[in-house]
Ligand binder design. Structure first.
Ligand code: SAH
Ligand code: SF4
Length: 414
């Protein structure tokens, strides 16, 4: 089933950008296409559609063009600004038009399979798509802000060695409706409609959930455009951060076409170590990556690029590593801040977290060079909601993993 009003050139563009971006051989599993599941009632879901797509959906249902344009504008506001899912509550749409819409369309939400709350207030939702794929989103409340960590894929195209999501075998790109749907669901759960910039718990969005957002570029862009639209969810691009493990060819486009803050998962400063822990480095090396950061449109001293650095014991956490990191950031003249992430463990992970003293020493060296380097406090570890812990149980496990788990269980039994 095609999306209503999907214009052919959009489909053509998607094919072209996918062709520009071959999945790097042995590094990546190939994303599986979405199994499109038609709604049993035959109605069309409006969630995730832009103003233009809403208009085309209405025109396809035989509404005359002028009417369609007006109604699309009204629907856009009700859907994305007011969070309304029931057409009978749309008070500026006539009483005869409301059932006409309800007979043809729905405004859905992702299905919630499980909602958990951590002792530190972090909340995690397990969501399920109509074709039975599971993905997660996490809400992290702080005193002065609330951050929603949004997923872009089921699993991940890549497989960084320290990341639990990277061990998932099945990969599917999330649709714009599934990405923006996470934000809508969070607003529902927090009771924060209408969406407005001030006085809300959900103030920031980070594309740091499951998946590599730049391997799902078109859908992430389309979803974030909905999130940023002033007539809808209206979140400022300054409050949205996209994190990439370093998909260099897509970084300039991300700056130009999305324009949000950039975070880069650097994690190591030698080819040897980065090749090991972020295998994508074998395709796009550190120099290339840092040059792409230097060229990132919109980066300046007021809008710095965040370099994420996971602290792995005896792997990437020495004083020399810290000094080399500083040297590289200065060499490329990068408006940078560094975010040190204590490694979050998961069963069978091949690394350990650096000691707190080591992390402090590492951080001090960077601070002394005039670059901010705070340590991220792990949040939601007790419900596996912290960075790199997301992984849904539904995916098939590899033979090796099953064997390893069996061994662990035997060892635990003594
Ligand atoms: N795929 C994107 C965004 C999602 S991951 C990326 O890699 O940038 C968000 C951040 O958590 C990344 O910096 C990632 O490297 C880091 N991360 C992954 N696994 C982790 C773990 N086990 N402990 C701490 N941080 C981890
Ligand atoms: Fe994917 Fe990011 Fe995890 Fe790497 S760290 S496997 S890119 S989600």
């Amino acid at each position: 089933m095609e999306k209503p009003g999907e214009i052919p050139y959009v489909a053509a563009m998607q094919t072209e950008s996918a062709a520009l971006m071959p999945i790097p051989g042995h590094i990546d599993p190939v994303p599986v296409p979405r199994a499109r599941v038609a709604r049993p009632d035959g109605r069309i879901d409006l969630l995730g559609l832009s103003k233009l797509e809403l208009r085309m959906a209405l025109e396809t249902s035989q509404l005359e063009p002028k009417q369609a344009k007006l109604r699309a504008k009204q629907l856009f506001h009700w859907i994305y600004n007011r969070g309304v899912t029931d057409f009978s509550l749309m008070t500026d749409i006539s009483k005869t038009m409301q059932p006409w819409l309800a007979n043809r369309f729905v405004i859905s939400r992702p299905q919630v399979v499980e909602a958990q709350v951590s002792t530190d207030g972090t909340r995690k939702w397990l969501l399920r798509s109509p074709d039975g794929q599971d993905y997660e989103m996490v809400f992290i409340p702080d005193a002065d802000r609330g951050t929603l960590c949004v997923s872009s894929q089921v699993g991940c195209t890549l497989n960084c060695r320290f990341c639990h999501t990277g061990t998932m075998r099945l990969v599917r790109n999330l649709e714009p409706s599934e990405i923006v749907g996470q934000v809508m669901l969070a607003r529902d759960a927090l009771g924060e409609w209408p969406s407005q910039p001030e006085g809300r718990m959900l103030t920031n969005i980070v594309m740091m959930g499951m998946g590599e957002p730049l391997y799902n570029f078109d859908n992430v862009r389309d979803a974030l455009k909905l999130v940023m639209d002033g007539d809808g969810l209206a979140l400022s691009k300054r409050r949205i951060t996209l994190s990439t493990s370093g998909v260099v060819p897509m970084m300039a486009r991300a700056g130009e076409e999305i324009g949000v803050n950039l975070a880069v998962s650097l994690h190591a400063i030698t080819k040897e170590v980065r090749d090991e822990i972020v295998p994508l480095n074998r395709k796009y090396g550190i120099e290339e990556l840092l040059q792409a950061c230097a060229d990132y449109p919109g980066a300046n001293n007021a809008r710095r690029i965040t370099f994420e650095y996971v602290m792995l014991k005896d792997k990437n956490d020495s004083d020399e590593d810290a000094r080399e990191l500083v040297r590289l950031l200065k060499l490329y003249d990068l408006p940078a801040k560094v975010n040190l992430i204590p490694f979050n463990p998961w069963p069978g992970a091949p690394y350990e977290c650096s000691t707190p003293e080591r992390i402090r020493a590492f951080s001090n060296i960077i601070f002394e060079a005039g670059i901010s380097a705070p340590t991220r406090t792990p949040r939601g570890r007790d419900i596996d909601a912290a960075c790199g812990q997301l992984k849904t149980a539904a995916e098939k496990k590899s033979r090796a993993e099953l064997d390893r788990q069996a061994e662990e269980k035997l060892a635990a039994l003594g």
